[in-house]
Design a protein around this ligand. Structure first.
Ligand SMILES: [Zn+2]
Length: 138
């Protein structure tokens, strides 16, 4: 199983101590697809925080299906989405850009976060996710 690295496209990745970084290759591919320092124009993405990958969830969550098919991102540049998404223009712009960029990933499945909640590209009704982005793959 591949391991999520500590830097993708120049963006540092920090992890909660609970995270199992061994995941499906498509999760690595998602992160390569969405992460870049200039993702949101006028803002610089330096760092994201992964609060969950192949861990902390029970079946049928995509987090623990197969080799691990989901990832949660809860901080942008060290700032918690729960606190800063409503008030900080950089956190909002980058969070929104991550969710929008994910929609062009070929194996996209669930895209839940503060901006919207979509499954396979369609609006999806699910609770929570104001404080983190959840991406999963098929
Ligand atoms: Zn999740």
């Amino acid at each position: 199983m591949p391991t999520i690295p500590g830097n993708i496209n120049g963006v540092l990745i920090e992890f909660s101590s609970n995270v199992n970084k061994n995941v499906d290759q498509k999760i690595i591919d998602v992160l390569r697809h969405v992460l870049s320092t200039n993702l949101a124009s006028g803002h610089i993405l330096t760092k994201v925080y992964i609060s969950s990958a192949n861990d902390q969830h029970t079946f049928p969550s995509r987090h623990v299906q197969g080799a691990g098919k989901a990832v949660d991102i809860s901080r942008i540049n060290g700032m918690k989405m729960s606190v800063f998404y409503p008030s900080n223009s950089t956190v909002k712009a980058i969070t929104d850009a991550l969710q929008n960029k994910f929609e062009s990933f070929v194996h996209r499945r669930e895209n839940f976060g503060p901006l919207f909640k979509k499954k396979l590209g369609n609006p999806h009704n699910v609770s929570g996710h104001a404080d983190h982005i959840h991406f999963s793959v098929n």
